[in-house]
Design a protein around this ligand. Structure first.
Ligand SMILES: [Zn+2]
Ligand SMILES: [Zn+2]
Length: 336
């Protein structure tokens, strides 16, 4: 049975289509009810971030907590960091862009409107982290101020040119007819191959990539993001990584993938071997957290294999006494 944590993705999916109110059960702790109004089909344009966006504290929105396994309640991996009116995505698994639209209205974050999202950083190029690259790059591309900027491991440029080829018919249809096209170059993606090190510095925002150990899938990266008011590390997919332990020392938020120790045992010997090489078990993660001591450990990209999702929290908490939660899609930090 699914956990009782709130499930906004499914509820909203059946609600969109008109100006309406939707009610959600808001979290397992209080079960408080609240209502939000979601606008339908609103075209949003923006020359630059507003004053209030520039002054807002950094926020982190979890757009997807899932894995390659289809899940009605979890989009593919994606975490958004919103800083001074720009949204920086870390991975873009299937459904992430849909969740960005929901989060844009649920949390009033204009830069999460898909055609306003400036940047995406891919930890590695497994499809559960990249399936929404096309959605992100080409949703209403003709209204983009600038094409999407993408960073990723070797292979990112090949994927970007593949997306361009896939959407070339759309581009020809829209630019060759009556449709007004605000930016005829809005579809162009700038793809950059990354190495470990600092990828982007903007004002007080620093985004750094570091190598992790995703078994025989390499290169694979984790990310460290620091701003004037928060520090966080995003693991991407990795086995226990000494580099990550070092980068995550004392960060405010550590988003880390996990495979349930009990869940792992449900797998065939071949898959156990693969997962042990490529992912971090709950016990390994607890050991890692005991050394890194993040302010909050946030589990995402959980592999459960039929065990109760909450069991993975018990497995971690049995060894790690710090604060730890299991993320749901659309979780936000700080909450308000
Ligand atoms: Zn993955
Ligand atoms: Zn992977």
């Amino acid at each position: 049975m699914k956990s009782s944590r709130f499930r906004p993705f499914a509820l909203i999916s059946v609600s969109l289509g008109a100006l309406l109110s939707a009610e959600y059960s808001a979290g397992q702790a209080t079960d408080a009810e609240f209502a939000i109004t979601l606008p339908s089909a609103r075209v949003e344009l923006r020359d630059a971030p507003s004053e209030s966006e520039l002054l807002a504290p950094t926020r982190v929105v979890v757009l997807g907590t899932g894995t390659p396994i289809p899940d009605a309640f979890r989009a593919g991996s994606s975490i958004a960091v919103i800083h001074k009116g720009e949204s920086y995505l870390f991975d873009a698994g299937a459904g992430a862009v849909r969740n960005a639209v929901v989060a844009r209205y649920k949390y009033d974050i204009p830069s999460l409107y898909p055609s306003l999202i400036c940047c995406v950083f891919f930890s590695h190029l497994h499809s559960d982290h990249t399936m929404d690259f096309s959605e992100l790059a080409h949703t209403m591309w003709w209204r983009r101020n600038a094409g999407l900027r993408a960073w990723g491991p070797e292979g990112i440029e090949r994927i970007a040119s593949g997306l361009l080829e896939m959407n070339s018919v759309d581009i020809e249809l829209r630019t060759g007819g009556l449709q007004p096209v605000q930016n005829p170059d809005g579809f162009r993606v700038t793809a950059q191959t990354i190495e470990p090190g600092i990828l982007l510095e903007k004002d007080d925002l620093v985004i750094e990539a570091f190598a992790v150990d995703h078994g025989d899938i390499h290169p694979a990266f984790g990310f460290k993001v620091t701003t004037d008011d928060v520090s966080l590390v995003i693991s991407g997919d990795t086995a226990y990584s000494e580099t990550l332990v070092e980068k995550a020392q004392g960060v405010d938020l550590l988003f880390h993938e996990v495979i349930s120790q009990q869940g792992l045992l449900q797998n065939s010997p071949g898959f156990q071997r693969y997962h042990n090489a490529a992912h971090t078990t709950s016990e390994e993660l607890a050991r890692l957290a005991n050394i890194a001591r993040p302010g909050l450990l946030v589990l995402y990209h959980g592999l459960y294999y039929g065990t109760e999702e909450e069991m993975v929290l018990d497995e971690v908490s049995a060894i790690y006494d710090g604060d730890v939660i299991l993320a749901d899609d659309l979780d936000v930090f700080p909450e308000r």
